[in-house]
Structures are given as structure tokens and as C-alpha cells.
Write a protein of this length. Structure first.
Length: 318
């Protein structure tokens, strides 16, 4: 029996201004979907104030779940357990969907019956529809030939791909980077469009803008755990999956080194991090020509003198 088309929109939220959450919900409700084609699930991860009374006007068109604070990974897992849609779309509570480009993505899903449609995210409030659509290909092939963006808001996917896949509890920085590659490897049909369909809001309260030492340490530790987990999977999977994951692991390791430099501005810590990566078999970066940026970063970072140069130049370039 053919499944009924329905998208479950999962919105994790924690201590966000209600106005942002309202804007997020309204962006979903404004999409030209019938009520039976749409399910909105808000997972409140223990906010100090209950935002639901401020959503009174739309209460009959959404589901509100409130749980004790466990982090964004568990908030998303809660949403996944409840979701009944054929497709899943994650939207952070401080972001929203851009109607016209997102409608393009829905059309692609319906017409191509794709497992995953990947689209662009933007911090600009323009409406940019897609002009480029890749041919459908399996997820492993897509990962071997493209850089991917790990953010889970940047794609819509079939729920049946999940099986036992979920977000790792306690990983709240880079949790998307662990989830997305594994999801892609399960997909037989992936399409990429350059439609700018997701607006992500840049503000000082977002997790990635927090700069206290404790938060930075947590962020880097979480990132390292994700890299190690993906590297383990790469060494245990099929040859096709191995090549796909190895590319992603190399790129995430490059990003990790970059973040140590930018977030800590501590050259001694950088060298300690390099030694840890070396002991785990993650450094030097593999001699692969994935992208021009990766190639020059790999070459320069191999030597201590090169890392000193990166340590000096990267903050200025940023």
C-alpha cells in the first residue's frame, strides 16, 4: 500500500524568545500543504518558561512536548519517536523555512520519490529558488564526490531510512555531523538543489556563539567524539561506505584543527591536539585531493612551522 504523503516538522527549542518560535511555526503553516500532509512537533527541552500559551492561536495544528533538559540530541530523538510522517524535516526553533524555495523541495520529493533532498541554508532573508538539481544517486556515491553540510536542517528525508539511527545522547555540538553521514549511507536516491530554503538565524544566544572556556572545551570534545565514531564506522563498513566516510572524517578533522586555532588561540593546545589526532590515526590528513582548500590545508598543517603559519593567519582571515 502506498504511503500517504506527510512531512513531520520537528522543532527543538530551549529558552528561545517566543517571537522566534512563533515565526518558525508560521513559516511551516504558510506552506501549501493540506493538514493531513503536515505534522508539527515542538519539543521543549526544559525551557525556564513554557512558550505554549503564546502559541495559543495555532494550538490545534501542532503538538507540544515538554521534557526535562537533556540537550538538543535527545530533543530531536523525542521528536523522531513521536513523528508519524513519511518524511522528516528538522527546523531549529530560532530558524524558519523560506516558503517558495522550500516548495520546490517538496515538488522534488513528490516527483522524484527521492529518499533525501538536500537544499541550501542561508542567513539572508532573500527568496532564492533553485536553478540546479543533481541527478539522483545513492548516498555513498554522493558523499564520495561532494562536500556535504552536516546540519540536519538542510535536507528533508524519508523516515524509513532511520531504522535504529538516532542522535547520540550527550553530544550537543556536532551531533548533526555524526547523524547526517550515516543517514546518507542508507539512502538509494539523493538529490541536491541550490534552492535557499532554510533561514538560519545568527544571534549571540545560539550555542555556536558561546565563547566561555567550558563551552569551548565541550564543543571540541564533542567534535572529537564524532570524528572517532565515524572513523570507527569507516573501518568496519563496505568499501563504498568506507571511502565515503573517510572523506568526511578527513574534512571534519580539518575543521577540528581549524576550530582549535580559532576558538582557543592556544598554540600549545593545538600541538597537543595534533598529537592526540596522530595517536588515533587521524593525522597527518590523508593525501587526497578532495578540494583545493583541503589540499592546501593538508600540506601546510603537516609541519610545526606550517601550523604556526596557520595559527597566525587563520584568525586574520576569519
Amino acid at each position: 500500500m502506498e504511503e500517504t504523503f506527510k512531512i513531520s516538522f520537528i522543532i527543538p527549542t530551549y529558552n528561545l524568545p517566543t517571537k522566534m518560535l512563533q515565526e518558525c511555526v508560521r513559516s511551516i503553516l504558510s506552506l501549501p500543504l493540506e493538514e493531513k500532509e503536515r505534522e508539527i512537533i515542538i519539543v521543549d527541552d526544559g525551557s525556564k518558561e513554557n512558550p505554549f500559551p503564546q502559541l495559543e492561536a495555532d494550538k490545534d495544528r501542532l503538538m507540544y512536548i515538554r521534557q526535562t533538559n537533556q540537550g538538543v540530541s535527545e530533543a530531536r530523538n523525542t521528536g523522531l519517536r513521536i513523528a508519524t510522517g513519511q518524511y522528516i524535516q528538522f527546523v531549529d526553533g530560532d530558524d524558519y523555512l523560506i516558503s517558495q524555495p522550500y516548495q520546490q523541495c517538496i515538488r522534488l520529493i513528490k516527483e522524484e520519490q527521492a529518499d533525501i533532498v538536500i537544499f541550501d541554508m542561508t542567513s539572508q532573508k532573500e527568496c532564492v529558488t533553485g536553478t540546479v538539481f543533481t541527478k539522483p544517486e545513492d548516498g555513498a556515491s554522493f558523499m564520495r564526490h561532494h562536500n556535504i553540510a552536516g546540519a540536519v536542517g538542510g535536507y528533508i528525508f524519508k523516515k524509513k531510512l532511520l531504522a535504529d539511527l538516532h542522535f547520540t545522547k550527550g553530544i550537543n555540538y556536532g551531533e548533526d555531523e555524526e547523524f547526517t553521514p550515516q543517514l546518507l549511507l542508507r539512502a538509494e536516491s539523493v538529490i541536491k538543489t541550490n534552492a535557499k530554503a532554510y533561514f538560519y538565524r545568527q544571534h549571540d544566544c545560539s550555542a555556536t556563539h558561546l565563547t566561555d572556556r567550558k563551552t569551548i572545551e565541550k564543543r571540541l570534545n564533542d567534535n572529537m567524539q564524532v570524528i572517532e565514531r565515524l572513523n570507527y564506522l569507516a573501518n568496519t563498513g563496505t568499501e563504498s561506505d568506507r571511502k565515503a566516510l573517510k572523506r568526511r572524517v578527513a574534512q571534519l578533522t580539518m575543521d577540528y584543527i581549524y576550530n582549535v586555532i580559532i576558538l582557543t588561540r592556544d598554540f600549545n593546545l593545538l600541538e597537543k591536539s595534533i598529537e592526540q589526532l596522530y595517536q588515533k590515526g587521524l593525522f597527518p590528513l590523508p593525501d587526497r585531493h578532495y578540494t583545493r582548500k583541503y589540499d592546501w590545508f593538508r600540506r601546510i598543517s603537516k609541519s610545526k612551522a606550517g601550523r604556526r603559519l596557520l595559527y597566525t593567519l587563520l584568525p586574520m582571515m576569519k
